[in-house]
Design a protein around this ligand. Structure first.
Ligand SMILES: [Zn+2]
Length: 237
């Protein structure tokens, strides 16, 4: 089992829903100054991996990638997306490409997004970066920051994960409002042998702990203050 240290976006600290918009009005250098001491503190606790998650904006991804360099701890980078764009509206292929040559980044993908947006994002992340992909959408409900409640229908179904896996996902789970029962169903789905026609997963760089032959791990995590209390970790090992 891995232990990940979660580093959420600036927007999660602001707690006004801006983690789903990005564009905080901060420069990359200012964002790096925010994240660096937090990442250094987390790295000092020697987690297995840093979860750079719910990132809404490529400026924040650039800052996180700068701050994580040289810490000696592998990381995954996970965007929160809307359709085929980041929450801030940037192209996803360009967003993923930022981490393609970052040796610290052992997986890249999306979280806390509508599960209907996950499949295409997983395939794109694998194609653009050649890295294993991490994917853990939320339930598909929408966070209303003013009313401080979730709205709309839940759409996460464990049957969706086989498609994500076939597209390159190697770390699979659920974010906000995806509960233990559904995570159990996801784990069952992923315990099934993959289809023979499934394309081989890209090799992990860095510490090599994501083996192409290894079954996906199941996790739930969130750096999102809005969902505090909803999210826990579930390890499949
Ligand atoms: Zn979430």
């Amino acid at each position: 089992m891995w232990v990940a240290a979660s580093a959420g976006p600036v927007g999660a600290m602001l707690a006004v829903g801006s983690e789903y918009r990005g564009r905080y009005g901060l420069s990359v250098a200012e964002l790096e100054r925010f994240h660096r001491p937090r990442l250094e503190t987390l790295a000092a606790a020697r987690p297995d991996v840093l979860a750079l998650e719910t990132v809404p904006d490529t400026d924040e991804a650039r800052a996180l990638l700068r701050a994580v360099r040289g810490l000696g701890v592998p990381a995954w980078l996970s965007y929160s997306v809307a359709g085929d764009r980041t929450r801030a509206g940037q192209r996803l292929d360009e967003a993923f490409a930022l981490a393609a040559d970052a040796d610290e980044v052992i997986a890249i993908g999306v979280n806390c997004c509508d599960p209907r947006d996950a499949g295409a994002a997983v395939a794109l992340a694998a194609r653009v970066t050649g890295k294993p992909v991490v994917v853990y959408p939320n339930s598909g409900e929408r966070w209303d920051a003013e009313a401080r409640m979730w709205r709309g229908p839940a759409r996460f179904a464990a049957g969706q994960v086989a498609g994500w896996r076939a597209a390159g996902a190697r770390l699979v789970g659920g974010c906000c409002r995806v509960g233990p029962g559904t995570i159990g169903e996801v784990a069952s789905e992923l315990s099934e042998p993959s289809e023979p026609s499934e394309p081989s997963a890209p090799d992990a760089r860095g510490p090599g702990r994501l083996s192409p032959a290894k079954e996906p791990d199941t996790a739930c995590t969130c750096g999102n203050v809005a969902s505090e209390g909803d999210c826990q970790w579930w390890g499949a090992d």
